[in-house]
Structures are given as structure tokens and as C-alpha cells.
Design a protein around this ligand. Structure first.
Ligand SMILES: C[S@@+](CC[C@H](N)C(=O)[O-])C[C@H]1O[C@@H](n2cnc3c(N)ncnc32)[C@H](O)[C@@H]1O
Length: 376
């Protein structure tokens, strides 16, 4: 089930974090298609410099570790998954240079492999970014499941990098081939972009891969009305902070409190940093962490956690991350500490909170959302 058989070898690959009954594989047919194509066309050799974008759990980076790839991902969980899967396969992790989208690239890559992300803004930002590290000899190979490749996807490649064609489908996946055109002048990435929130009259900056990049999420909007204010909160945490909208309001309402912002997306945390700097008067009381849920936060250290939990990991929808967040939240809260969350009514988060905390209070609700509070 978790063995990827590719022309490059057999690799044991797990999704991260590992969930005992997880039936899903850590790779898809698009990863397999890329690996077969690279082999059939002999696109890699000892002197290759491959650059890999958006590898989820190492299907590409681990299989191609021999060629010392540089792998870029916005996801902390993907970084962890790739490292763990390299270890499982006794591959020297040092062979894979893992970076986020803010770390500098160097030189020219002769092979760029892109797992096309769900979010087209993210793809656009990435194509702009890699343009400076390609030349006419660079082979640019992208792939995704066919249902995720649209004409708008291909237009981005055409506009930013050069002439683009697609392959026939294989196991419902497709390759995208792009010929780098140095004569194109596509300009610069438009990200981060900004929008103003009417209720607070504040302008938020948003990197390309940030949740609700174009406008305030309806759940967050509802939650803003119920962020509590009290001198009893000395340490507040915005869990899964996105652009930081909830934590920034908490910081305004609780001017003596320290406020931490955590998210597993590097772009989310960078956006929150920009917004705190712009919008919070005493920004030095805020800190930031890229992590999986609450990993690395001290137990019994928090008075208040505010949270608009995610309901999917890439293409996989579910409440497993929310569940992990609530469980870890209980460990991190001080006795008497509170967690306040917003969620779609139908998700049944109150059942989970009640199970963990013994009680769960509904603070507010509207047609779509509920705001729930649990106390440790
Ligand atoms: C529904 S959004 C909320 C964002 C922001 N708080 C808001 O209200 O606009 C959920 C956030 O959870 C983050 N996320 C997903 N999985 C996570 C994980 N395992 N650990 C930390 N953050 C995660 C996503 O990157 C996303 O920013």
C-alpha cells in the first residue's frame, strides 16, 4: 500500500502526520508519470541540477535524491514528511535541499519539476519566481491529475515561462511540457496582494498561498465579533493564523497580552508578520512560528487559543487536522485556559471539544457557523 514502485526504485512512503487508519497514499499518478517520463527520456544524469516544487511527501524528492534536488514547498508538514520518508528509505536527508518559497535560489536549473498546486495564485507566484533560474536549456516538466489542469493553468505557463503543451492522460494524470522563452517579459509576481476589511477598516497583505487571499473568510468575519477581551489573558495564540486576522484583533483587544501566530504554511506566517508590523502598535509582543498544529509550543503555557480550523490538507477533505489541533490545544492551555473556535455548523466540532474538555459552550451561531468555547 505504501510502496511506490518507480523506475528509480521501490520506496516506502507515508503521508504525514501518520494516522493509523489512513487509507490514502503519499503520492498520486502524476508523481508516477513524472518519474516514468524522467526515466524514459533519460532526463537526469550525474551533473543534473533538479529543482522540485510542491512535492507533497517526497515521492519526487526521495526517488530522485541521488541527483541532489533542491525542493521547494510552502508546507511545513511536507518538509517533515519528506525528511521522515528519506530516513525511512535510508536516504541521506542532506541529499535533498529543502526550502520554502522565501529562501534564495542559486544559479540555473537544468530540470524544473512542478507538481501543479490546487491554488493557481500559488502556481503563478512560483512560475514568476523560477523564471530567473531557468534558461533555454532548462527542461520544465509539470504534472497533476487531469481534473486539476485547466486552460487557465496552461495560460499561466504560456504567459510567464513559454510555449506549453500537455501529454495524453495516463492513469488520469497529465504532464505539462513548457519551453522556456527568454524573450518573454512577463513582469513581476503580483503577490503579496492586499485588501481592506470593512469591519475593522484595516488593510491586510496576503502572499499567494494564504487562505482567504482575496477576501475575508465568512467564518473569520463572524469570529471577529466574538474575540474576547480580558486582563486575565497574558498569552494568546492564533492557531492556524493564515494572514493573522484573528490574532491581530485579539492583540488590539488585549493590549497587555503576548500574542503568538502559528501556521503550517510559510506564506501564511510571512503574511501575518507583515500585517502585525503594519497594524499592531506594539508589534514586539507578537511572535511567529511555522509548525504542525502546536508542535514546539510549551505545555500549560496559554490562556487563550483562537482558531478557525482547516478542513482539508491539499486535496484531502476531513476533520482530522481540527481534531489534532483540539487535542494539542488541551495540552498547551493552562488550567482555566480557553479555546474559542469557529466552524461550519455541520462539522460537529462541539462533539469533539466536549469529548476532550468535558464541556463545550456555544457562544454564538448564525445560519452557517457556530462559535464554540471550551475551558481546560
Ligand atoms: C481556515 S484557515 C484560517 C486562517 C485564518 N485564521 C483566518 O481565519 O483567515 C486554516 C489555516 O490552517 C492552516 N493549517 C492547515 N493545516 C495546519 C496544520 N497542520 N498546522 C497548522 N496550521 C495548519 C492553513 O495553512 C490555514 O492558514
Amino acid at each position: 500500500m505504501n510502496i511506490l514502485e518507480a523506475p528509480q526504485g521501490k520506496f516506502t512512503l507515508n503521508r504525514y502526520p501518520i494516522r493509523p487508519k489512513d487509507q490514502l497514499r503519499a503520492w498520486d499518478a502524476a508523481d508516477e508519470f513524472i518519474l516514468v517520463h524522467l526515466h524514459e527520456q533519460a532526463l537526469l544524469n550525474e551533473s543534473s541540477r533538479p529543482l522540485i516544487l510542491n512535492d507533497a511527501f517526497g515521492a519526487l524528492s526521495v526517488s530522485l535524491a541521488l541527483y541532489k534536488p533542491c525542493t521547494i514547498s510552502d508546507s511545513f508538514i511536507s518538509h517533515q514528511g519528506i525528511i521522515e520518508n528519506a530516513k525511512t528509505n535510508e536516504i541521506n536527508e542532506g541529499n535533498i535541499t529543502l526550502q520554502n518559497n522565501f529562501q534564495p535560489l542559486q544559479g540555473t536549473y537544468d530540470l524544473v519539476i512542478i507538481k501543479i498546486p490546487k491554488n493557481l495564485a500559488m502556481l503563478e507566484d512560483e512560475l514568476y519566481r523560477i523564471r530567473d533560474y531557468c534558461d533555454e536549456k532548462t527542461v520544465i516538466l509539470a504534472a497533476a491529475m487531469s481534473k486539476h489542469i485547466h486552460s487557465s493553468t496552461l495560460k499561466l505557463f504560456e504567459r510567464i515561462l513559454g510555449t506549453t503543451t500537455t501529454s495524453l492522460a495516463r492513469k488520469k494524470a497529465r504532464l505539462v511540457h513548457c519551453k522556456f522563452d527568454s524573450a518573454l517579459k512577463p513582469g513581476k509576481s503580483p503577490y503579496p496582494t492586499k485588501y481592506k476589511i470593512d469591519i475593522t477598516d484595516e488593510t491586510f497583505s496576503n502572499h499567494a498561498n494564504v487562505f482567504s487571499r482575496e477576501k475575508l473568510d465568512l467564518g473569520s468575519r463572524f469570529m471577529l465579533e466574538f474575540i474576547p477581551q480580558s486582563t486575565k489573558y497574558s498569552q494568546i495564540l492564533d492557531l492556524a493564523c493564515g494572514n493573522g486576522v484573528l490574532g491581530i484583533t485579539a492583540a488590539h483587544l488585549n493590549p497587555m497580552a503576548k500574542v503568538s501566530f502559528v501556521d503550517e504554511s510559510y506564506m501564511a506566517v510571512e503574511s501575518a508578520k507583515i500585517n502585525v508590523k503594519q497594524l499592531v502598535e506594539d508589534a514586539s509582543r507578537c511572535d511567529f512560528k511555522v509548525t504542525d498544529c502546536l508542535q514546539g509550543i510549551d505545555n500549560n503555557s496559554l490562556d487563550l487559543i483562537i482558531n478557525n480550523p482547516p478542513f482539508h490538507q491539499n486535496h484531502v477533505v476531513g476533520d482530522f487536522i481540527a481534531w489534532q489541533m483540539f487535542k494539542e490545544a488541551k495540552d498547551k492551555l493552562k488550567t482555566g485556559g480557553e479555546i474559542i473556535i469557529v466552524g461550519n455548523r455541520h462539522l460537529g466540532y462541539h462533539i469533539k471539544l466536549k469529548k476532550l474538555f468535558g464541556r463545550c459552550e456555544m457562544i454564538a451561531s448564525n445560519k452557517k457557523f457556530v462559535i464554540l468555547k471550551a475551558v481546560k
